[in-house]
Write a protein that binds this ligand. Structure first.
Ligand code: HEC
Length: 147
């Protein structure tokens, strides 16, 4: 009798743990949201690194971070492959999937604006706010809800 109670308790506990593990599995939409959120946070970091390198008059480092940012812009679309992936907390607008061609243009725009700063002697003309507005804000204004 005692034994079967213990067996039941063990089975019950395992079943409960399995349930919890399943409940904590993020959905594909949540994974996509996490991916793009960490990508965008990396963008902000890179923008900061570019500003810092300019402050230190370090063109080689500035160009390195600008090149990284061009590369990273090529990953944006990977975060939006699931249509209408708008889990709780997302600031993305549904318009992304309603006018995907326009969204892609904003991605290309960011790559082009950033690419200009991978060239020699471009650092002098870098103004973080202006860059942020042209490269990032141009997409945010249409496709991201304000914080
Ligand atoms: C092509 C569109 C696009 C471009 C270009 C873009 N973003 Fe975003 N960004 C978004 C969208 C959409 C979201 C909201 C994503 C969500 O919450 O699901 C976002 C969210 C963010 C967030 C919030 C992340 C968080 O923690 O929730 C930051 C920070 C950010 N972007 C920074 C940048 C910076 C810096 C740049 C430029 C270097 C940039 N973004 C360029 C579309 C873009």
């Amino acid at each position: 009798m005692k034994r079967s109670i213990r067996a039941f308790a063990v089975t019950f506990t395992i079943a409960l743990l399995v349930d919890i593990a399943h409940a904590q599995q993020p959905t594909p939409e949540e994974r996509a949201y996490k991916f793009r959120t960490s990508l965008f946070q990396t963008f902000a970091w890179k923008l900061g690194q570019m500003a810092q390198a300019k402050g230190q008059d370090d063109e080689a480092t500035f160009i390195k971070h600008a090149k990284d940012l061009v590369y990273l812009s090529g990953l944006i679309e990977e975060g939006f492959t699931i249509a209408d992936s708008l889990p709780e907390g997302s600031k993305a607008k549904p318009e992304i999937w309603q006018d995907y061609a326009k969204f892609q243009k904003k991605v290309t725009n960011m790559a082009e604006v950033t690419n200009d700063f991978t060239k020699a002697n471009a650092m002098a003309g870098f103004k973080p706010r202006e860059f942020g507005s042209k490269a990032c804000g141009s997409c945010h204004r249409d496709f991201k809800f304000k914080d």
